[in-house]
Design a protein around this ligand. Structure first.
Ligand SMILES: [Zn+2]
Length: 280
């Protein structure tokens, strides 16, 4: 755990920071103490004033109930959500778990009535709070913040989805989750996506190692600003160019029609006016 803590500090992570962590425990090699040791290292590095956020996505594959449904996005996230004091949002497909002073703010109201990536949900709040995003050994393929950008810009290929949920009495019902991110994306292949190459040239991604794992660290706000700028030049940069990919082909057509109807990709200031004002 001491080594993990030192690696985190070397990356520039310090007391009081807020950090969203996408992770792969396997990528770290053998870790004494496993996922718990990794979580402890983060807790010690951030201290009582810091907040940890992890995805605990369930994708709507089974009836969701926040206390029981296992996270499908890695061992560390599953162990984290069961830790004492960790809060989990009630979103039936894309719940998040959080610990620390900002945990309640980040998880509250994130439920079946809202799209998983909306600006008033956890992703927008992470931008507002100037948090970090860390990719721990998983590459930048699971970059959920990019779906946030798709949602905030208003791209026309996000769709509603019926997801099963289980209530306190054990009854199962289906709810319509608005604006989920179906289909394929170019950035899902870590290391080779168009957006990742552009970001690599932008100097906002800090690279390093934690144990055997390669990691990338970025400020959520800088990531979102850069991606919006790239998307103003190329609104379909998050979609792939593979001829066999029906989803991306159709989504590009939708974007073309959307642009032809007079829509434009908003700038960062159009999406987060208050942040722009404060940072001047
Ligand atoms: Zn595709």
């Amino acid at each position: 755990m001491k080594e993990i803590k030192q690696d985190l500090q070397k990356l520039g992570i310090k007391l009081g920071d807020i950090i969203l962590i996408h992770s792969s425990l396997k990528s770290m090699g053998y870790v004494i103490g496993g996922a718990d040791a990794v979580i402890d290292a983060f807790l010690e590095t951030l201290g009582n004033g810091g907040s940890i956020v992890m995805p605990t996505f369930t994708m709507g594959k089974e009836p969701f109930t926040p206390k029981r449904t296992a996270s499908r996005v890695g061992k560390i996230t599953e162990v984290f959500r069961q830790r004492k004091g960790v809060l989990r949002s009630c979103h039936p497909t894309h719940s998040i778990a959080a610990y620390g002073p900002k945990a309640e703010y980040l998880t509250k109201d994130h439920n079946e009535t809202m799209g998983p990536f909306v600006k008033d949900g956890p992703l927008g709040k992470l931008v507002e709070l100037d948090s970090y995003i860390l990719f721990l050994g998983c590459g930048m393929g699971p970059n959920t913040m990019l779906h946030g950008v798709e949602d905030w810009i208003g791209l026309p290929y996000l769709k509603g989805y019926e997801a099963p949920v289980e209530d306190d009495k054990g009854e199962i019902k289906k709810v319509l989750v608005p604006k989920r991110a179906p289909g394929h994306r170019d950035f899902y292949s870590s290391g080779s996506g168009k957006i990742e190459r552009r970001l690599g040239r932008s100097n906002i991604i800090k690279e390093g190692n934690i144990g055997e794992a390669k990691v990338q660290l970025v400020k959520a706000r800088e990531l979102v600003k850069a991606v919006i700028t790239f998307m103003q030049e190329n609104p379909t940069i998050l979609l792939c160019d593979n001829d066999d990919c029906q989803f991306c082909f159709k989504a590009k057509e939708l974007v073309k029609n959307w642009l032809n109807s007079g829509n434009r990709v908003k700038d960062f200031k159009g999406i987060f006016p208050l942040i722009e004002k404060n940072s001047i």
